[in-house]
Design a protein around this ligand. Structure first.
Ligand SMILES: [Zn+2]
Length: 177
C-alpha cells in the first residue's frame, strides 16, 4: 500500500493501491492534475489526531518539524497509522524531511524522480497574489491563495543566472560599439 504526497500527483506517479489525505487533495488545483487524480482511484482518508501528535513528536526529535508542512505531517500520520494496522506501506515522495521521518517510524519510501532530476527541481509553496514563498495555505502578507510550484534548485538557478549575465554582457557590448 502507498501513501502519496502532492508531488506524486503533479508528476503523474500514483501507484495502484494508493491512499492520501484531504490536505493533499486541496493542493491539487490545476484541471489536468485533478483529472489524473480522479482516474487514479486514490482512497482519501483523514489522519487521526493521535498519529499526527506522534509524528510531530518524532519530527521535533529529528529536527524536521519546521521543514514539514501541515500536509506533510498528515501524510506521515496516515502512513504510521496504516503501518500499525498491519499494512506494509511506503510513502511516495521526494521530500527529504518526509523521507527522514519515515525512516525513523519504520515506513518505506518510494522516490518519484531520479536523483539528477530531483536535484535540479524542487517544490515550493508560492502565493498566487504576490509571489512570495510561504508556509501555510493562505499568504500571510496579501491573503491570496497559495499554490505549489516546481522551481529550479540552487544549482540549476546558478547556471541560469550565469547565462543571464552572459546575455547582459552581450547587450552591453552591443551598446558600447
Ligand atoms: Zn501574497
Amino acid at each position: 500500500m502507498y501513501v502519496i504526497d502532492t508531488s506524486a500527483v503533479f508528476l503523474r506517479k500514483i501507484p495502484e493501491n494508493s491512499v492520501t489525505v484531504p490536505e493533499v487533495v486541496d493542493e491539487i488545483i490545476d484541471e489536468e492534475s485533478k483529472l489524473y487524480f480522479q482516474i487514479s482511484n486514490v482512497r482519501v482518508e483523514c489522519s487521526q489526531p493521535e498519529y499526527v501528535l506522534r509524528i510531530k513528536r518524532v519530527a521535533k526529535e529529528t529536527g524536521d518539524v519546521h521543514r514539514l508542512s501541515n500536509t506533510d505531517v498528515k501524510v506521515l500520520a496516515k502512513a504510521l497509522e496504516l503501518k500499525e494496522k498491519g499494512f506494509e506501506v511506503s510513502i511516495v515522495t521526494d521530500d527529504y524531511s518526509i523521507q527522514n521521518v519515515a525512516k525513523v517510524i519504520g515506513v518505506g519510501i518510494e522516490s518519484i524522480i531520479q536523483k539528477g532530476i530531483s536535484k535540479a527541481f524542487k517544490w515550493v509553496k508560492v502565493c498566487k497574489g504576490c509571489g512570495r514563498k510561504v508556509e501555510g495555505d493562505v499568504c500571510p502578507v496579501c491573503g491570496s491563495e497559495v499554490v505549489l510550484r516546481r522551481v529550479r534548485s540552487e544549482k540549476a538557478r546558478r547556471s541560469r543566472s550565469k547565462s543571464k549575465k552572459a546575455k547582459r554582457k552581450g547587450f552591453d557590448d552591443w551598446r558600447d560599439s
